[in-house]
Design a protein around this ligand. Sequence first.
Ligand code: ZN
Length: 134
Amino acid sequence: MQAVAALMRRPPPLPAYTRSKRAGGGTMSYELLIEQREPIDGWTVCTICLNLDRTTAVQRKRWQCTDCGVDSSNGSQRTLKDYLTENSSETIESNLAQWSNVKGARAAYKMLRSARYKCLLTLGKRLRAEPAGP
Ligand SMILES: [Zn+2]
């Protein structure tokens, strides 16, 4: 819930929620990975807004989220593979459930972040070779 609290204090700028023309906005990056057009190695996930970034700069501590603007100073980013290794499907599902119950978030952002959780769930299951579920 810490991430959610941080989010409520400082919501990311509005243009990021609307389906922008920017590459990497919305869930485009996730679509590339879910369709297996890109390997998950070399991607970084922002644990605040769940934006994906095609970078491994996280390892060099010079990363900043292009979506919500947090930087690596408070450890708010993980490589995608680390994130999926550290967070089980159960964890991601419960995060998604908590997020769905958050009051006061903008509807568009709420939908976007929920969609990102679902993508992470799919990618995590694939990584662990779990059945895709119902
Ligand atoms: Zn972010």
